[in-house]
Ligand binder design. Structure first.
Ligand code: THU
Length: 125
């Protein structure tokens, strides 16, 4: 799939973010090896610590539907080029150690990186 299309899907998904506490909506679009795209948004909660990031929502949706193996994820937020948090890096690595990451902004511009660059010397069992 075209990279710009994946970023655009993350921008669309971001509209559904549930972020009343941080007021910081994030959207993600994850391309599975099957060719299917799974979107995610951050879903926050009144209880601190129970919120979840957009990247993990997208990944967990996909894994829970039987997907294994992922090629690319686009992440969009309003903080320059959106960088996945450390927790998401670890979780993404577990399922896709060669994942490409498109760090996007709401205008549709993006930068490319990889999970290996973002999480060198990753922990695995
Ligand atoms: N957030 C994400 O969804 N993904 C990221 O990569 C960074 C942070 C969310 C978590 C929280 O709901 C809000 O952004 C502010 O931290």
């Amino acid at each position: 799939m075209d990279e710009q299309t994946l970023v655009n899907l993350a921008i669309e998904a971001r509209k559904h973010a549930y972020s009343p506490y941080s007021k910081f909506p994030v959207g993600a679009a994850l391309l599975a090896r099957s060719g299917k795209v799974y979107t995610g948004v951050n879903v926050e909660n009144a209880v601190n610590g129970l919120s979840i990031c957009a990247e993990r929502v997208a990944l967990f949706k996909a894994v829970s539907e039987g997907e294994r193996g992922f090629d690319k994820i686009a992440v969009v937020c309003d903080a320059g080029y959106c960088r996945p948090c450390g927790a998401c890096r670890q979780v993404l690595y577990e399922h896709a150690s060669d994942l490409e990451i498109l760090m996007g902004n709401p205008d549709g511009q993006f930068k490319r990186t990889t999970i290996r660059d973002l999480l060198p010397e990753a922990f695995t069992l």
